[in-house]
Design a protein around this ligand. Sequence first.
Ligand code: PRP
Length: 182
Amino acid sequence: MSEKNIIGKILYTQEDITKRAKEIAKQIDKDYEGEELILLGTLKGSIPWFTDILKYITNDARIDFITASSYGSSMTSSGIVKITYEPTINMYNKHVLVIEDIIDTGNTLKYLKAKLAERGPKSVKVCSMLNKESRRVADLHAEYVGFEVDDLFVIGYGLDYDQRFRGLPYISYLEAEDVESL
Ligand code: PRP
């Protein structure tokens, strides 16, 4: 079986990500012990990280998904967010943990949290694989963060460049020279 090519500069390997996901899953189990929990994945980027967290928690969590698209350029979100796929699960009086791939300005999640609160959940918290704290605009805090990252163009493990590279089994970043050769 052939291996995937290395695209960009690797930040975190599959091994690093697995180790961190297991640590976070353990913490989630502790924090939600004996509680009903819904894992809500944000499509599309969160899929690999979502399945890791789902696999490693022992809580018999229910799952659903939500898709939000934000208007503006493809590089930055504008703060104007639209939900294009609505979860169907009943969240009333349940704990909801939103599973994200990355938080940048925080605009998307701030909007999503406010919309989800209208469904009467017991709580809405956030677990993000990556966090770009330096880019934050909205007042948004994630309770669980896999890794803090600098303001880099990150790809892999769900993260895309023009919808490509989501399937890479590692997180890397692209620089201008890398983009030219794609
Ligand atoms: C990414 C990510 C967050 C959002 C973060 O989604 O999954 O939802 O951007 O940006 P913000 O903190 O500045 O709002 P994207 O729109 O790229 O969709 P995708 O998951 O399909 O790649």
